[in-house]
Design a protein around this ligand. Structure first.
Ligand code: ADP
Length: 448
């Protein structure tokens, strides 16, 4: 047993997912919940549960003192942050360390370093990892931005240095567009990330987003669990992911994965992490950012490699050595994940409310869900209510299985993105694997 009791500083499907592995390892679990989550399944799943505050995330799931207090009160010896909320908050990781509670994730220094896209780009370039061409300074004024942009050449992406979740980034094609969005992007960066710093990088036309899962221990060993294809996005946010990527040849896969491990190792990273890359139309790849946490889409990797990524997070946090070699990791078959959101499938407006019926064909697919029948989907949090994951011997069988699964899901009471997922699965372009991040806006009449 690596820890006696782990507090999960999160909610929804990811809290439930983490608890599953804890149970498998014989570790007790502590849930935390807000006023809006009193009846939530993640609370029922845990051995202990602590109420931490009001529904607004800042009063509960983002409240560091309350989280620490809940861990101390329940004698939890470790905290798993999940994704979102405090997962990439270096201050939180630091507070855990100070209190003698193990933070299940990398060090506060690594979270801080990779949380800053400008710093991360510099470090990766130094390590020989290709980065998107851009300007690695923080823009001080619109005049300076225009000057830098002239040198780089349009089109460009204006980005928040501490950005995330697809927020705080704007494509700019000309100086007048840059002038128009500069102040508002700065404001957005300040209000979402508490930091107004911006930088510029080349806009990659029709890109593909492909990321590599890495695992590094505290003893200098690092391996990868291959890649995830995450190009089906709307508003720069992923909605369908798959592994392997239909875009990569085995030679390119080997090179990309090796580069990702090299990048993570160059900074002495320890725990699991994701190196995100963007591919241009000529199959050149560039580092975008590193996520220093568990990804939403981690299950597709688990399905094709047979590894439990949460288990590795726990073991590495307990300073266990990685006792497997790269050659032990084989990628077998094909996995696809669909994110199901409580949103209008056309406008993407949130659709909170009570789930009247929920029938999931669990015999044919893996369902990592936040909710069960009768639950209320709250307007306070992310509208994703669950993930549907299928595994097939090859891509075609996985697609067929996903289509069959989606057909058998019965959910009433709220609107969901189920019809959109079905449309994507039915489209010729998805079927032939030849898609880019522009897929949704090019194919569907939706507001992206
Ligand atoms: P975040 O941290 O907000 O998720 P990322 O830098 O990881 O931001 O980018 C998210 C998505 O935005 C990418 O998957 C891609 O679709 C798009 N994107 C980001 N940078 C660029 C770029 N330079 N050119 C084209 N698209 C980009």
């Amino acid at each position: 047993m690596y820890f006696k009791r782990i507090l999960i500083a999160n909610r929804g499907e990811i809290a439930r997912r983490i608890m599953k592995t804890c149970k498998k390892l014989g570790i007790e679990t502590v849930a935390v919940y807000s006023d809006a989550d009193k009846e939530a399944p993640h609370v029922q799943d845990a051995d202990l549960a602590v109420h931490i505050g009001a529904a607004q995330a800042k009063d509960s799931y983002l409240n560091i003192p309350k989280m620490i207090e809940a861990a101390k009160q329940t004698n939890a010896d470790a905290i798993h942050p999940g994704y979102g909320f405090l997962a990439e908050n270096s201050e939180f990781a630091k507070r855990c360390d100070e209190e003698g509670i193990t933070f299940i994730g990398p060090s506060p220094e690594h979270i801080c370093l990779m949380g800053n896209k400008v710093e991360a780009r510099k470090k990766m370039a130094e390590a020989g990892v290709p980065v998107v061409p851009g300007w690695d300074g923080n823009l001080q004024s619109v005049e300076q931005a225009v000057e830098v942009a002239e040198d780089l050449g349009y089109p460009l992406m204006l980005k928040a240095s501490l950005g995330g979740g697809g927020i705080g980034m704007e494509r700019v094609n000309h100086a007048d567009e840059l002038e128009k969005v500069f102040a508002s992007t700065m404001k957005k960066a300040e209000s979402f990330f508490g930091d107004s710093r911006l930088f510029l990088e080349k806009y990659i036309e029709n890109p593909r987003h492909i990321e590599v899962q890495v695992i590094c221990d505290h003893h200098g060993k690092a391996i990868h669990l291959f890649e995830r294809e995450c190009s089906i996005q709307r508003r720069n946010q992923k909605i369908i992911e798959e592994s392997p990527s239909p875009y990569l040849t085995s030679a390119l896969r080997a090179e990309l994965c090796k580069t990702a491990v090299q990048g993570a190792q160059s900074i002495g990273y320890a725990n699991v992490g994701t190196m995100e890359f963007i591919f241009d139309e000529d199959k050149n790849y560039y580092f975008l950012e590193m996520n220093t946490r568990l990804q939403v889409e981690h299950p597709v990797t688990e399905e094709v490699t047979g590894q439990d990524i949460v288990e590795w997070q726990i073991k590495i946090a307990a300073k266990e050595p990685l006792n497997i070699n790269q050659s032990d990791i084989q990628m077998k078959g094909h996995a696809i994940e669909n994110r199901l959101c409580a949103e209008d499938p056309v406008t993407f407006f949130p659709s909170p409310g009570k789930i009247e019926e929920l029938k999931l064909p669990s015999e044919i697919a893996r369902f990592d869900f936040a909710v069960t029948e009768g639950n209320i989907v709250s307007p306070f949090y992310d509208p994703m209510i669950g993930k549907i994951i299928v595994y097939g011997e090859n891509r075609e069988t996985a697609i067929q299985k996903m289509k069959q699964t989606l057909k058998q899901i019965n959910i009433t009471g709220i609107k969901t993105t189920l019809p959109l997922l079905q449309d994507i699965l039915d489209s010729e372009q998805f079927r032939n694997g030849n898609y880019t991040t522009k897929f949704i806006e090019n194919h569907f009449e939706v507001k992206v």
